[in-house]
Design a protein around this ligand. Structure first.
Ligand SMILES: Cc1cc2nc3c(=O)[nH]c(=O)nc-3n(C[C@H](O)[C@H](O)[C@H](O)COP(=O)(O)OP(=O)(O)OC[C@H]3O[C@@H](n4cnc5c(N)ncnc54)[C@H](O)[C@@H]3O)c2cc1C
Length: 320
């Protein structure tokens, strides 16, 4: 760890500002009107996960400053609740209709600061696409392979998001700043332990990534790398129905390939309306309002692995 300093205090919470390229997410949400950030309240929503399943969250809070995050954690701890840091929910599966965890949504002010020489400082709430547009306009290298991923920078760093078995977003990182035990900690790239779709931040909800410094190199393009990746995703991924991308980070191919026939009537099966994608391996499409069908599909594949002595580990983060 390179630095640990007391958390700087910001006297006035900045106003919520939604900028960037992420389109507004469609769906329904009901919450007590006028509840300020930094306060736990109850929420019913189908916008917390890109599976678009609907959940009651009796303990939901949004934070615009690190201080508000710490206050929300304190409130959750006082109630004896586990916490869950939510980015854009594109890798998040809520297991039950009523969520037990306190769900803390990252609404830190979205900032992107050009530091010169290809270095950029970005807050963790910024959508991936905003960074990619910045790089493309300046002819810089970047993680264009994530142009099809509807993630926040914080979620992508926490998950070490990347190509199947190639480069990841962490390859472009100079340093990551996080809040841990009420203190600000700065780690340089080589100090961040990581594996396939895992880092020291994955599923650890007392470490909030607040900002990241990236370093990009000058390059040139014949075509827009963002456009190229989006076109590739349209042709090769299954984007028509709500999903969370790849389901497993470790699995056995023959089982996953057979799972693509499950269940036989797939999305059309009344009362189920979820299936392993017929188009893409390791992908679940979901039209159900309930997350139970997704949970059943995941457990079925895990059971099949168990029966043949193989291991299936989910990439999707499961929240109780
Ligand atoms: C259509 C589609 C395509 C996808 N393609 C890819 C792909 O090509 N490659 C790939 O790797 N993934 C892919 N994914 C999966 C997903 O987008 C990534 O895992 C992404 O990094 C999750 O970001 P998020 O902001 O949505 O995180 P969330 O789902 O909200 O959270 C994921 C994890 O990150 C943690 N987290 C989020 N923000 C923070 C923070 N600020 N501080 C600490 N922890 C935090 C959460 O607690 C959780 O553990 C895809 C998903 C979809 C829907």
């Amino acid at each position: 760890m390179s630095a640990a300093s007391p958390l700087p205090r910001s006297p006035v919470p900045p106003p919520l500002r939604l900028v960037g390229d992420a389109p507004p997410t469609p769906g329904t949400e009901s919450v007590a009107p006028g509840t300020p950030p930094g306060v736990l309240r109850s929420l019913r929503s189908d916008r917390l996960s890109t599976f678009r399943t609907e959940h009651e969250v009796p303990h939901y809070g949004e934070f615009e400053t690190p201080e508000q995050f710490l206050e929300l954690r304190r409130q959750a701890e006082a109630k004896g609740l586990p916490t869950y840091i939510l980015g854009n929910g594109s890798n998040t599966l809520f297991l039950r209709r009523t969520v037990r965890s306190a769900v803390l949504r990252n609404r830190l002010r979205q900032e992107l600061r050009d530091l010169g020489d290809g270095r950029v400082e970005v807050s963790s709430s910024v959508p991936i696409m905003r960074v990619l547009r910045h790089c493309e306009q300046r002819s810089l290298t970047s993680f264009y392979f994530l142009a099809s991923v509807p993630a926040t920078i914080g979620g992508a760093i926490a998950m070490n998001a990347g190509l199947g078995s190639g480069p990841t977003i962490l390859d472009f990182v100079e340093s990551v700043t996080s809040i841990e035990d009420g203190r600000e900690v700065v780690r340089h790239q080589h100090e961040i332990e990581r594996r396939h779709r895992w880092t020291i931040f994955t599923g650890v909800h007392d470490r909030l990534i607040t900002k990241v410094v990236f370093r990009f190199e000058p390059t040139s393009f014949e075509e827009s790398p963002i456009r190229e990746r989006i076109d590739w995703a349209r042709d090769h991924q299954d984007l028509a129905v709500p999903n969370c991308g790849s389901v497993f980070r470790e699995s056995w191919g023959p089982i996953l390939r057979r799972a693509r026939a499950l269940p036989p009537w797939g999305l059309r099966w009344p009362g189920f309306r979820a299936q392993y994608s017929r188009k893409v391996n390791n992908w679940i499409s979901c039209r159900s309002r309930s997350s139970l069908p997704v949970v059943i599909l995941i457990r079925a594949v895990q059971l099949a692995h168990l029966l043949v002595g193989r291991r299936a580990r989910t990439e999707i983060i499961q929240v109780r």
